[in-house]
Structures are given as structure tokens and as C-alpha cells.
Ligand binder design. Structure first.
Ligand SMILES: Cc1ncc(C[n+]2csc(CCOP(=O)(O)OP(=O)(O)O)c2C)c(N)n1
Ligand SMILES: [Mg+2]
Length: 633
């Protein structure tokens, strides 16, 4: 008997989860949509008879079931989907007990670090316990209520383990509250014991009523707006660092208006790539370690930095070296206090769109207008950078084969409005950050909070699910990252989700080798070569790996190109393909990268070593650290 005198529905706990999720909606600016339109899952004994049965019975009527081929990947697909939806929608994921669950940990961390909502349901061992240890149960010797799922706790913004069926009544709304709160959002995990999933309970019928969750726009406090305007009025060299929060808030137009009205140059973080149209005279493109030199120069001299919707990772701040003005001040415009207060900033806790709208009005009222000399300097920096790209970055170097920057440029040139390019690890995210032109609606989706190898392909599926069949979703990926997790291509084929993979074959983890050459001075263990028995190191020939055959083996189409003419032809052909994965393997120069950004990054070489090359890198590091790194607060 239920403990409450209300109409009830008798369901298993798993059936109740599905029924509840199908009735959750998000709403912002009057637009309402199903918050979780599909659930991904891999079944095992932990969930096949529970959530698996509930999904089977639902038969896709209200909750579409999708099958990934690796649990980590399905979480990345959910993150990609959520990011492309500006956090207004996401996907749920279910795994079996044990290894299926722990495979999701990396996905959970990726989502949380990037402030992206994902909802995870790992199965857990029996609450009745008398069967144990059950298959795949890791036992803690002195703590019987611990399972591998406790490893989710530090990686999530919400964690609960259901040990009675009625716990759902509080756990699910809590998870929804966190997922739909812009300041709190991240991975939410509800661990569901194997036996309880099949356990019946009389749930109150109203629990399954349609529920709307407003994705709120937090308004700025007016006193703070005044404080920011006072700072701005006296600033000589203001600078805006635009992060992912600008995009999640759909504040691109307001950012452009504010920057242009006040004459403030804008640099973008990795997640903020595309926050301002590159055609704007104020847009400097990527800012930070992998950014443009123009952004690097203006950051170095800025006396006031307005950080909008950014968590200010070391790549954005140059490990606290990018801002060299002795009296530099910061303003943190963010929905969450945790990020708003970084670098000792004046916090302006607010939704980016509302904050910028208020700042536009207040700046106008205060008579703030662009300063001619500064505008001229910004324009000069932009022109110098464009020239440098044309003469140094996008060019063929004598004695070399095609390089990956040329590949990226060719894709950029062929991209159409609405096309999206996805990257996360290796050289690709840095290339996009520095050199991808986002004007004319050519979007970039960069995951660099966790820079998780293996994100790219599944996230591209999430982007495709979000965008529908029109336009291209490019997945810009290194050979190393492709090899780590290509299996979601099977999911893509199952669902007819077309992605076009631009695979950069440079025969190794070359971006790390580049770092290694800078901070160790010697190449070791990063290239894909056979073992040289004489020295017992991986220094023999490069391995022949056929990526075209690999994609064909999973039902996709492949092209192998070695020059720009071949690449352009393959890009054009791939654009005409429908519902099928395309992969263009680009054989490129192994050690040719983008341009230097003039922004430092703290990676410490060994302090004690007999290797002269390493000693030299340490010496250079000591000097740079002393002169560059600052304590901003
Ligand atoms: C899961 C994971 N493991 C390790 C790393 C560290 N890492 C960053 S880039 C990189 C190399 C990537 O190689 P590839 O995809 O071929 O790109 P390339 O460096 O050649 O541009 C590695 C190992 C990471 N980011 N993610
Ligand atoms: Mg590589």
C-alpha cells in the first residue's frame, strides 16, 4: 500500500524513470521542448531486465532508445547534443553495473568540466545484498554501501543512489533542477540497483504530469553594472574574453553590439569560439595559448579585462601570464559565482545576454564611446594577423608535403553557412581556435575543458542529431584520437547520422611531441613507429595504418588524399553523400603546425637531468616563468 492518499500508478522503478523523463520539458524565451528526447544504453545483467525492459515496453513511443558501442562515447554524444542545443536539451544514458558504469566516468568528467548537462543511470549491485558479490561487483573491505559508482561523486554536479523505489520521487526532480540550472549544470548521476529497477511501487500519478523547467536568465544587479561602467570609463585599453557562456546564453548579437559601441576588442576562449562574428572589426578570434597573435598582443597590454561566460583555464590566461599590464583589473560576468570571482574579478553575476544588454544601455548613458587610437591599433593588429596567416600559415613549405593547416583552411573555404566543425584533442582544437574563420555562420564546436581524446566522433553524432540532416558536420580529428575510439561510427551507420571525418594522419601524437621538443628537447614515445630492438625504443619505421579501410569496414565511405586538389575533390564528393559516414584521410607533413600565439603556457621541464637538451629547456622555462607569470590577486 502506498503511504499517501492519492491516485497512483503501479510501475517498476525503471518504468517510472522512463515515464517521468518523457514528461520533462525545458523552456527559455517562450520556446518549450522535450528536455530528454532519447536514451542511449548498453545492456548487461545490471539493467537489461530493468531499464531495458522499460525501454522495450515503451517501444520508442515516447522515449527513443539508441545503441552506442562504448559507454564513454554515449556520454560524449549527449554532451555534443547538449552543447549544440546551447544546454536547452540533452540525452540520458544507461549502463550496466561495473565496467559499463566506470566506462561512463570519463564522459561524466568531460560534461561537468564543460558545464554541459548529461543524465546518467549506471546500474548498481543488489540492495538486498544476499546474492553478493554479484558479477562485476567490486567489494570494499570495510564499507558495504560502496560500489564503483561512488567514483562518480567527484565528477558530477549531482549524485544519488536509489535504495528504495520512492527515492525516485526526490532524486529525479533534483537531477532535473541541476541539469536545467545554468550555474549548476554538469553531469548528474542516479545509480540504480539491479533488483530495484524491476521492483514495483505505487507512484503518485501526478509525478508523471508534464513538467516545465525554465532555463532562467539571471538578471544583473544594477549596482554591479554601475561599478563595471565606472571601471570601463576610466579604462584606456579594455579587452573582452568571451567564453562558452556567451554562446549558451545566445548573446552573440549583444556582445557584438556592446564591443562595437564601446570599441572593445574581443578574444574568444575555446568554448567561446564563434561568440562574435569574425567579420566584426572588434573580433580578434581565439585568445590565449593557441590564439591569434593580435589577441595575444592586446591581452598583454589590457588594463581592464571583461571575462564573459568563461572559466578562465590556463590556456585562456596563459597560465596567468597573458595579462601583463601592471594595474590590470578583471570583471567576471558569469551565471555562477565560482567562475565570476576568478582572478580577483569584480563579479557581475548574471546571464550573459541580460548583463550585456544592461551594459549596452549603461555605457551609452555614461557616454562611453570608442577611442580612435585604440580602434586604429585593433584594426592594425587584425590586418597584420590576416597577412601573417596568408603568408605563413596557409602556405606550402618547400620540401614538405601538404600540412594540416592547409587542410583546415581548405575545409574552412568549402564550409557553408550552418556547417559545424568539431574538435577536442591533439592539434585540431588549437588549429580551429587560431585559424577557423567563423564568419558566414561556419560554426566551430570545441571541447577543450577536458580535451578528451575520443570526444570528437560521438560528439559529432550528437551535433548531427541536434541539427538534423542539413549541412555538413565535420569531425576534425588526429590519427591518434581516431584510433582511441572510432566505434561510434557503427552507431552513426545504424542511425543514418552523417558526419564527415577530416582525419589528419601525421603518424603520431604529434602535438604532444611538439610540446615534448619544447619542454624536454628530445623526441620519445609519441610517434606511431615499430620497436627498434637495438635501442629497445619505438624508433623503427612508421606503421602503415589504413584509415580508409577502417571506415569502410564499418559501412562508411573513405577517401585518401595527399594534396589540396584531392582534398577539395573529396570534400565536394562527401558533401553529396547522405546518411553515411564519410572519412577523408589526409596524409600531412608530420611536424608542421599553426602559428605561435605569443602567449606562454606553464609546463615545467625537469629540474635535474644530465641531458643537455633538457637542461636548455629548463633554463628557458625559468626565465619565462620569472618574467611572465603574474599573481593577479
Ligand atoms: C583521453 C586522453 N588521453 C591523453 C590525452 C593527452 N593528449 C593530448 S593530445 C594527444 C595526442 C593526440 O594525437 P592525435 O589525435 O594524433 O593528434 P595530433 O597530436 O597528432 O595532432 C594526447 C595523447 C588526452 N587529451 N586525452
Ligand atoms: Mg596525430
Amino acid at each position: 500500500m502506498p503511504l499517501h492518499n492519492q491516485p497512483t500508478v503501479r510501475l517498476t522503478m525503471a518504468q517510472a524513470i522512463i515515464k517521468y523523463l518523457t514528461n520533462q520539458y525545458s523552456e527559455r524565451d517562450g520556446v518549450e521542448q522535450r528536455f530528454i528526447p532519447a536514451m542511449f544504453g548498453i545492456f548487461g545483467h545490471g539493467n537489461v531486465a530493468g531499464l531495458g525492459q522499460a525501454l522495450q515496453e515503451d517501444a520508442g513511443e515516447t522515449m527513443t532508445f539508441m545503441q552506442p558501442h562504448n559507454e564513454q562515447s554515449m556520454v560524449h554524444t549527449a554532451s555534443g547534443f547538449a552543447k549544440d542545443n546551447r544546454r536547452l536539451r540533452t540525452l540520458a544514458c544507461t549502463s550496466s553495473i561495473g565496467p559499463g558504469a566506470t566506462n561512463m566516468l570519463t564522459g561524466a568528467a568531460t560534461a561537468t568540466i564543460n558545464r554541459l548537462p548529461v543524465l546518467l543511470f549506471p546500474a548498481d549491485y543488489y540492495t538486498t545484498r544476499h546474492q553478493g558479490p554479484v558479477l562485476q561487483q567490486l567489494q570494499h573491505p570495510i564499507s558495504m554501501d560502496v560500489s564503483v559508482n561512488d567514483a562518480f561523486r567527484p565528477l558530477c554536479r549531482f549524485f544519488d543512489r536509489i535504495t528504495r523505489p520512492e527515492h525516485l520521487l526526490t532524486a529525479l526532480p533534483e537531477a532535473m533542477r541541476v541539469l536545467t540550472n545554468p550555474a549548476d549544470t554538469g553531469a548528474c548521476t542516479i545509480a540504480i540497483p539491479q533488483d530495484l529497477q524491476a521492483h514495483a511501487y505505487d507512484y503518485p500519478a501526478h509525478f508523471f504530469n508534464k513538467m516545465g523547467w525554465r532555463i532562467e536568465r539571471r538578471p544583473p544587479e544594477l549596482q554591479r553594472v554601475t561599478e563595471v561602467i565606472t571601471l570601463l570609463k576610466s579604462a584606456k585599453r579594455p579587452f573582452i574574453m568571451a567564453g562558452g557562456g556567451v554562446i549558451y546564453s545566445e548573446a552573440e548579437a549583444q556582445l557584438k553590439q556592446f564591443a562595437e559601441a564601446c570599441g572593445i576588442p574581443v578574444g574568444e576562449t575555446m568554448a567561446g569560439k564563434g561568440a562574435i562574428d569574425y567579420d566584426s572589426p572588434m573580433a580578434l578570434g581565439g585568445a590565449g595559448v593557441t590564439g591569434t597573435i593580435s589577441a595575444g598582443h592586446l591581452m598583454a597590454q589590457a588594463d581592464l579585462v571583461l571575462c564573459i561566460g568563461t572559466r578562465l583555464s590556463d590556456f585562456s590566461t596563459g597560465s596567468h601570464s597573458a595579462f601583463q599590464h601592471p594595474a590590470v583589473k578583471f570583471v567576471g560576468i558569469n551565471v555562477g559565482g565560482f567562475d565570476a570571482h576568478r582572478l580577483g574579478a569584480i563579479p557581475l553575476l548574471a546571464d550573459a545576454k541580460l548583463a550585456l544588454t544592461a551594459l549596452i544601455e549603461a555605457a551609452q548613458a555614461a557616454g562611453i564611446s570608442p577611442e580612435a587610437d585604440y580602434l586604429a591599433e585593433i584594426a592594425k593588429e587584425k590586418v597584420a594577423w590576416a597577412k601573417k596567416c596568408a603568408t605563413e600559415a596557409f602556405v606550402q613549405h618547400d620540401g614538405e608535403i601538404m600540412n594540416q593547416i592547409q587542410v583546415l583552411h581548405a575545409v574552412n573555404e568549402q564550409a557553408q553557412p550552418g556547417d559545424t566543425i568539431v574538435a577536442a584533442a591533439g592539434g585540431p582544437p588549437g588549429d580551429l581556435h587560431q585559424l577557423w574563420d567563423t564568419s558566414q555562420g561556419r560554426k566551430a564546436h570545441i571541447e577543450f575543458g577536458y580535451s578528451c581524446m575520443g570526444y570528437e566522433i560521438p560528439a559529432s553524432l550528437g551535433v548531427r542529431m541536434s541539427q538534423g540532416p542539413e549541412g555538413e558536420v565535420y569531425c576534425y580529428i588526429g590519427d591518434g584520437t581516431y584510433l582511441m575510439q572510432p566505434t561510434e561510427l557503427v552507431t552513426a551507420m545504424q542511425e543514418g547520422l552523417k558526419v564527415t571525418i577530416i582525419l589528419i594522419n601525421n603518424h603520431g601524437f604529434q602535438i604532444i611531441r611538439r610540446l615534448q621538443m619544447g619542454r624536454v628537447g628530445v623526441s620519445f614515445g609519441n610517434e606511431f613507429r615499430g620497436r627498434d630492438e637495438a635501442v629497445n625504443r619505438l624508433e623503427d619505421d612508421y606503421l602503415p595504418i589504413d584509415f580508409v579501410k577502417n571506415v569502410e569496414s564499418m559501412g562508411g565511405r573513405g577517401w585518401r588524399v595527399t594534396n589540396l586538389a584531392g582534398l577539395n575533390q573529396a570534400l565536394a564528393e562527401a558533401r553529396t553523400v547522405k546518411n553515411q559516414v564519410c572519412l577523408i584521410e589526409c596524409e600531412v607533413e608530420k611536424h608542421r603546425y599553426g602559428l605561435d600565439s605569443a602567449v606562454w603556457w606553464d609546463v615545467a621541464p625537469a629540474e635535474v637531468t644530465d641531458t643537455p637538451e633538457t637542461q636548455a629547456t629548463r633554463e628557458a622555462y625559468e626565465t619565462d616563468r620569472f618574467y611572465l607569470q603574474k599573481f593577479y590577486y
